[in-house]
Ligand binder design. Sequence first.
Ligand code: AHM
Ligand code: MG
Length: 330
Amino acid sequence: MKVGMSLTAWVLRQQSMHPGARGQLSTLLTHVSLAARMIAHEVSQAPLTGLVGHAGATNVQGEEQAKLDIVADELFLDAMGTSDLVSTMVSEEREEPEYVSDHSGQGHYTIFYDPLDGSSNIDVNVTVGSIFGIYRQRPNDRGRLTDLFRPGREQVAAGYVMYGASTILVLATEDSKVQGFTLQSEIGEFFLTHPDMQMPEVGKSYSCNQSRQPHWSDAMVAVARRFRDDDVGGEKRTARYVGSLIADFHRTLIKGGIFMYPGEREKPEGKLRLMYEAAPLAFLAEKAGGGAHDGKVRILDKVATKLHERTPLFIGSRVDVEDAFARLNG
Ligand code: AHM
Ligand code: MG
C-alpha cells in the first residue's frame, strides 16, 4: 500500500496555514473521525452482533428507528461531546437539542447531525452514512434557540461518512476544498484518497424515486422526463437511485449528474431534512463547483423555522441543477 497523507496530518497542515488558529476546528474534526471509526465498526459487525432491524421505537419524525440509529446517535454524541468544544448538538434522532457540558468553557460550536442516514438499508447490506454540519456559535446568541436557525452558508465545516465497500469521510471547511479520506481499518486511520474533489459540470445520470411521480407537480414530471430523454454529449442519461442519500450523493459528487427529492402535492416540503441532510451536502456540492436548491431558493440561504424542518432538494452538477431550476420556474 502506498501511504498517502493521513487525516491527522491534513488537519494539522490546514491549521498551520492559519497562524492565529487555536486548533479548535482541527480538534473537532479528529473527534468526527473518532465517531466515524466507531460507527463504521458497528455497521460492519451488525449482522453478527444482532444490530439489524427495528428497535421498536419511533423518532421525532414518526419514523421507525433502526437499532443502529440509536447506537450511532449515542456514539456520535459521545465522541463529539468529549471534545469539550461543542455545547449544542441537534440530531435527527432527538426531538430537542442536546446541551453538552463543556468543562473548558470553550464549547463554542454547534453540530447538526444525522447519525445514520438510510438506516433501513442496513438490513440488506447497502451503503449508509452519517452527515454533519458544524457552526461557530454567535457570541451574543450562545445557548439560545435562535442561534440554531442559521443559513447553511454559515457552516464552518460539513461532511459525511459513507459506510460502503470502503468507509470514506468526505469533508470541507470554510477555507478548504472538498477532501475525501478512506479508512484503513486495521491501522485505524483515514488517508487522503480523493484530494480537492470537483464535481463534473454536467453528468450522465439522474437520480430520483420515480415511483413518487403520481405525487409530483406537472413541472417536476417534465423535469424528470427531460433528464431521461435529452442527450448529454450524444448519449442518453441513465437513472441511478440507491435510496440512501449518501450513496446517491457520493456518486453524484464523483461522476456528476443530479439528485432530486422534490416536494409533493400533499407534502410540499418533501422528505429530506434541511439542517442535517440538505445543508451539509449543499455546502460540499458548492465547494466542489456544483449547486443545490429547493426548486426556488439556494439551499445554503434557507433558514429553518423548526429544528427538524424538511426541504425539497435538487443537488449536483452545476449545469444540471441550473437546468432543473430554469424548467421548474420557466
Ligand atoms: P432517513 O433519514 O429516515 O434514513 O431517510 C432518508 C432517506 C435518504 O437516505 C434517501 O435519500 C431517502 O430517504 C429515500 O427516500 P424514499 O424511500 O422515499 O425514496
Ligand atoms: Mg436521515
